[in-house]
Design a protein around this ligand. Sequence first.
Ligand code: NAD
Ligand code: IPM
Ligand code: MN
Length: 398
Amino acid sequence: MGILNLLLVSPAAIPERCGGDGLIGEDMGLSYRMIVLGGDGIGPEVTAEAVRVMDWFGEHRGLDITARHELYGAAAYRAHGAVIGEAVMADLREVDAVLFGATGGPDYDEIPLEIRRRDSLLRIRKHMAVFANLRPVIGYDELADTVSMKAEAISGVNMMIVRELNGGIYFGQPRGVTVSANGLERGVNTLVYETPEIERIARFAFDLTKQRGGHLHSIDKSNVLECHQLWRRIVTRIGAEEYPAVSLTHMIVDNCAMQIIRDPKQFDVVLADNMFGDILSDLAGAISGSLGMLPSASLSLPDDSGRRRALYEPVHGSAPDIAGQGIANPLGAILSFGLALELSFNSPGEAEMLRQAVHGALAAGVRTPDIMAGGGTAASTAEMTDAVLAELQRLHDA
Ligand code: NAD
Ligand code: IPM
Ligand code: MN
């Protein structure tokens, strides 16, 4: 099975969509819809490469996905005066998957604050109710020469960060900067979680852990924060009452940051709140050699037919320092599409094939600058994808 060891699409939903036998292919008349929001900076550069991979699967494996490209971010603001169109926003909830590139950067920062606040990526995540953000982290033996960690520390790492994505300090009220009567400015954000939000993400993480290595680490700062004392208490209760077979370890976030670098293999599934999950996943990028390598998938609860809304995005941002140069690493975006193959397009075999192709391209020594070591010629964004497509073709022909 794949990286997730889990097909999150409900089996009940699959026969209906697949003509009964669970196979994919043109003959089955199965088709999917995906909205692509390239966004800012390197976002459109890397999502374009993921779409090339999608096209390969369409041509060679009968996967019928229609990609609809829409503007998001600075380009959308220039065109329509909004970060994302309202009609597009509504459709994000209806399609099978959304592939998102990146947000932010100098052009984005020019957009008036009240418009950015209304339309941000955070609003998309909330609007789609994708509360469970999966960020798999793999150690690549092929990159042992470029990763700053020891080869034996990263070899065999297969960690899944489960980040709560719809709550916590990102959304808590009150928030803002006010000026008090004596003229002092005061900035406030609120870390808040209510019981059902913690229960929902805890059950998701426990379910996933049960189908992987059976070991869950829950991360908090309960030695200081009351909100995380509640987090720890509820995760403990859900574990004891509903998942007695899963081994649960609580870890305080500052220690966790150190442990991820010292001995990442101790982790199977790591559950964290919105902000800690954000920070720990960038940190874990060091294991894979570059932020440009990390994919993510964000999922809602299933609806009555078992379908989950799903947002796929590389973990990295708009990388203004390299945008427009054609040198961004597309693998985070390509592997995000790989997660969509598994989770939204009912194609776990193809997802595994794509992961093998990425290993193959790296083993062949094809490297964008962020994963280069020593001399040699760096590959462009497109050349990195060319290498993945060549590997896919080789695996397909074998
Ligand atoms: P960043 O992830 O954009 O870049 C951090 C570093 O990693 C930079 O040196 C960059 O060149 C490098 N990098 C990132 N992706 C890469 C790739 N695919 N290939 C090669 N190198 C890559 O983070 P930042 O610089 O802190 O933020 C820049 C902007 O992006 C900010 O506006 C921030 O808010 C935004 N951001 C957006 C997202 C997102 O869209 N999900 C995530 C993080 C940051
Ligand atoms: C991420 C990013 C975002 C986040 C920003 C751009 C809002 O850092 O996807 O990791 O903090 O969630
Ligand atoms: Mn981040």
